[in-house]
Write a protein that binds this ligand. Structure first.
Ligand code: MCA
Ligand code: AMP
Length: 476
């Protein structure tokens, strides 16, 4: 399946089709270097890419996709425990990307490093990998996502899911080759990587990656289409000059976490644009969105995108009324869905209903007009901070590994900048400081998973079954 149609189509190329990390590449240059990667990695079970936002990272990803080898992005700041888990669980046989990054990871793990050379070109001839087309059901990515407990699970995302979702989004957002897409999101999640990179390579629009998603960088990029998580948009809304500079854009798109209504309103005031809000998950890609040609209502994620169906069910499993008020568990099905957690059929089965719908774990309402509103998550143990999904259980387990920790409970406390901030309540078992525990977590997991605040306590509130009462921790 040709996922990257515009990249491979070769029409209308520009010298700066891709701008990232201070470099500009044409699509022809990218395709040439990625074709060389494809030739070298063909036949591997999977390849891991240390996903700093660079031209080498994009080339490594595209090389894997052309060769039909599943790509496993590694968060660049992943601590030892998280990195070892991802590499082992995914079965990645090669590390492909920037020389310094692949060599650093290979020094700690038993895996071969293959540095990307941007000057290299694909070998000529019709048989090199990349001229064929991987089967639609072949996994394009294995992306790691946190659940309520345990280490992150590998989500297998087939080529067909990505093609279907990007086409549905192009239709909903009137996304064309004339656009210049701007964002500064990480390249190890769906938002920055699938939408933010492959979206540009499939539609044929230019892409500017800003490195970090700062208001100043967004303002300077002069794009037409902007992607951001709510933390990015609220920082822009607080920076009048940066926000006003986006007035010339065509469409601002928010997702990965709820966009607060005051941020929506302020963006509308300063930029003149009502932002599109869309909803998705690693497992489902983007399933709901407001539209470029439709109403963009604050607090609403709109309608199912083409190829997606949704339903809301109550506790008894029966559908809830579409009255815009009654909340139900959101379930989805359709073309952009994943095809299972890698090596974990039990988790895959648990995530689906007997009649084949995926349980998102989010709670929502739907109105008579079909507009959806995400109300929250059914579990307090899944935290969204700055758009990153963080499993409370994973952070608690890391804290409990510290010799001076007797027990720990982690919650997502409301935070005006990050939506939720990771806060740890820890019962110490010896002298230890909050800073030491934060550093301990950062070393083992990713930087964004470390607690922003550690509260040392004598005991944790529990119910009669011994379960920690997290709601009480949040209130107190
Ligand atoms: C980070 N810092 C910390 C901590 N965490 N310091 C102390 N304690 C902590 N716990 C440091 C950073 O390392 C950095 O340090 C400094 O704080 C400020 O960093 P900055 O980048 O400004 O902000 P941030 O607060 O760390 O992050 C905000 C962010 C980030 C940039 C918005 O959260 C982000 O990139 N989010 C995007 C997440 C995303 O793409 N999710 C999509 C998931 P220093 O300056 O020294 O480095 S895919 C998905 O959800 C679905 C499919 C969907 O719907 O999209
Ligand atoms: P992830 O697993 O990182 O892909 O995160 C998916 C989760 O992000 C969803 O289950 C939602 O809880 C949340 N999410 C994504 N987009 C939105 C949105 N527009 N509004 C509210 N929550 C969102």
């Amino acid at each position: 399946m040709n996922l990257l149609t515009a990249l491979q189509g070769g029409c209308g190329d520009a010298a700066d089709a891709l701008r990232i990390d201070g470099r500009a590449l044409s699509r022809e240059q990218l395709l040439g270097a990625a074709g060389a990667v494809a030739a070298r990695v063909a036949g591997a079970a999977a390849l891991a890419v240390p996903a700093r936002p660079t031209a080498e990272t994009v080339t490594a990803v595209v090389g894997g996709l052309l060769a039909g080898v599943p790509v496993v992005p590694l968060p660049p700041d992943a601590g030892v425990l998280e990195r070892a888990h991802i590499l082992r669980d995914s079965g990645a046989e090669l590390l492909v990307g920037e020389r310094s990054a692949v060599e650093a990871v290979a020094a700690d793990h038993e895996i071969a490093a293959l540095p990307v050379d941007l000057a290299e070109r694909a070998p000529a001839g019709p048989t090199h990998p990349g001229t064929g087309a991987p089967a639609p059901e072949r996994p394009a990515f294995v992306l790691y996502t946190s659940g309520t407990t345990g280490p992150p699970k590998g989500v297998r995302i087939p080529h067909r899911a990505i093609a279907a979702d990007l086409d549905a989004l192009a239709e909903a957002w009137a996304w064309t080759p004339e656009d210049t897409l701007v964002h500064g999101l990480p390249l190890f999640h769906v938002h920055g990587l699938v939408l933010g990179v492959l979206g540009a390579l499939r539609t044929g629009c230019k892409l500017v990656h800003t490195g970090r998603p700062t208001p100043a960088a967004y303002a300077e990029a002069a794009g037409s289409l902007y992607f951001g998580v709510p933390t990015v948009w609220s920082r822009i809304a607080a920076d009048q000059d940066a926000a006003r500079a986006l007035a010339g854009a065509r469409l601002l798109v928010s997702g990965s976490a709820p966009l607060p209504v005051p941020v929506f309103d302020r963006l509308a005031l300063l930029t003149g644009h009502h932002p599109v809000e869309r909803y998705g998950m690693t497992e489902t890609l983007i399933t709901l969105s407001t539209r470029a040609d439709g109403e963009r209502r604050p607090g609403s994620v709109g309608l199912p995108v083409a190829g997606v169906e949704t339903r809301l069910v109550g506790e008894d499993g029966a559908p809830v009324p579409a009255d815009g008020e009654t909340v139900g568990d959101l379930q989805v099905r359709g073309a952009p869905l994943f095809d299972g957690y890698l090596g974990n059929p039990t988790a895959t089965a648990e995530a689906h209903t007997a009649d084949g719908w995926f349980r998102t774990g989010d709670v929502a309402t739907v109105g008579p007009d079909g507009f959806h509103r995400i109300v929250g998550r059914s579990s307090v143990d899944v935290i969204k901070s700055g758009g990153f999904k963080i499993g409370a259980g994973e952070v608690e387990a890391a804290l409990r590994d510290h010799p001076a920790v007797a027990d720990a409970a982690v919650v997502g406390a409301p935070d005006p900048d990050l939506g939720q901030a990771v806060v740890a309540f820890v019962i110490p078992d010896g002298p230890v400081t909050g800073e030491q525990l934060t550093a301990f977590v950062a070393e083992r997991l990713s930087v964004h998973k470390r607690p922003r605040r550690v509260v040392l306590v004598d005991e944790l509130p529990r119910n009669a079954m011994g379960k920690v009462l997290k709601k009480r921790l949040l209130e107190g």
